[in-house]
Ligand binder design. Sequence first.
Ligand SMILES: CC(=O)CC(=O)SCCNC(=O)CCNC(=O)[C@H](O)C(C)(C)COP(=O)(O)OP(=O)(O)OC[C@H]1O[C@@H](n2cnc3c(N)ncnc32)[C@H](O)[C@@H]1OP(=O)(O)O
Ligand SMILES: NC(=O)C1=CN([C@@H]2O[C@H](COP(=O)(O)OP(=O)(O)OC[C@H]3O[C@@H](n4cnc5c(N)ncnc54)[C@H](O)[C@@H]3O)[C@@H](O)[C@H]2O)C=CC1
Length: 340
Amino acid sequence: MSSYLLCDQPKVVQEPGPDKIKEEIKSKVLRPGLWCCLLYARCWMSEAGCWVSEAGCWVSEAGCWVSEAGCWVSEAGCWVSEAGCWVPLGLVGLVTGGASGLGRGTAEHLVKHGGRVVICDLPSSKGREAAKQLAGNGAFVPVDVTSEDDVKNALQTTVDKFGRLDVVVNCAGIITASRVYNVKKDQPFDLKAFQRTIDVNLIGTFNVIRLAVGLISKNASDGDGQRGVIINTSSVAAFDGQIGQAAYSASKAGIVGMTLPLARDLAKQGIRVVTIAPGMFRTPLVDAMPEKVLRELEAGVPFPSRLGQPHEFALLVQSIIQNPMLNGETIRLDGALRMQ
Ligand SMILES: CC(=O)CC(=O)SCCNC(=O)CCNC(=O)[C@H](O)C(C)(C)COP(=O)(O)OP(=O)(O)OC[C@H]1O[C@@H](n2cnc3c(N)ncnc32)[C@H](O)[C@@H]1OP(=O)(O)O
Ligand SMILES: NC(=O)C1=CN([C@@H]2O[C@H](COP(=O)(O)OP(=O)(O)OC[C@H]3O[C@@H](n4cnc5c(N)ncnc54)[C@H](O)[C@@H]3O)[C@@H](O)[C@H]2O)C=CC1
């Protein structure tokens, strides 16, 4: 018999034997909001939950226990031991722009760690293919984030397929580069292009948030009163935009600006709002930039002096989900890049 802690009410429970574990896995269905730990290589997942053999971790409606490894978890949250990392199992995420780049990397990361994800992206995107790779844990809904109907439809699909929504990751975005006035062509910045950039990057992000919170608010709260998390994607261009980035920087600065008021607004519902401001990441969006510009930007990253990878963005998404004290803030993820 071993001692275990369960939640913040210390409790001694009988260690379940292998038969008992199997029985639990068969009979129990994960409850909404249940968090589970994953211990590196020693974790197996079934439809019903997650269990680790040698370490003795198993999941039931009541929670998750780990023996020697020293990691334990409850509905209220999750604790990490030296033995490994954890992510919420059974988490349901909605990732906009999830067909490509940072969004796709995030969708893959969440599913790899036990989550289920609805990918929202344009009908012309590779969303279907991306969702297929996530097997039964992913779905694709064609969405233009600026459309109320499209987003409502995606939320309905999320409920129909996965029953609830815990986390929104707003990655959908476009980049524009144009001087405010082109002397050579005697041409001012195309106003429609400016408006479209604001529409997709800023208003699209807000559109998804305003509609998604209604659904997240329906979740049962955990022991901390938390119901879910909203993660937005700004850019370092919100702070140090280059020549030609007036529209893009304005759209991304708008996301930074609304982060704190949204976090304050949604505090009563137990929904956190955090924004990531990435530097340069290797995605189709930056691959489309002129090679010379790309190389100079890359060389300007102090350390590591390279483009970031989508999974490194996803790691910050994971940290934000895990850390209940992160709220109302924009976090730069840029290898100390300060663009000139
Ligand atoms: C994706 C993110 O969220 C993170 C980021 O923001 S990454 C940063 C993205 N930065 C951009 O997109 C830059 C946008 N700006 C531009 O592309 C250009 O300035 C512009 C298209 C708006 C104007 O271009 P232009 O008028 O041809 O260039 P001009 O401003 O006169 O610059 C002259 C030279 O500097 C180069 N240059 C222009 N922008 C540059 C930049 N951002 N970095 C390095 N070199 C640049 C040009 O290639 C040109 O080189 P050559 O004379 O050797 O051809
Ligand atoms: N890659 C980078 O270095 C950086 C990216 N960002 C931001 O990160 C986010 C993701 O960018 P990447 O993955 O690099 O780009 P990406 O181009 O690979 O992915 C963006 C996705 O958004 C989708 N999208 C565009 N408009 C949409 C709309 N109206 N509705 C729904 N989906 C739409 C695209 O179809 C695409 O799949 C963007 O907001 C971008 O501005 C910010 C800083 C740096």
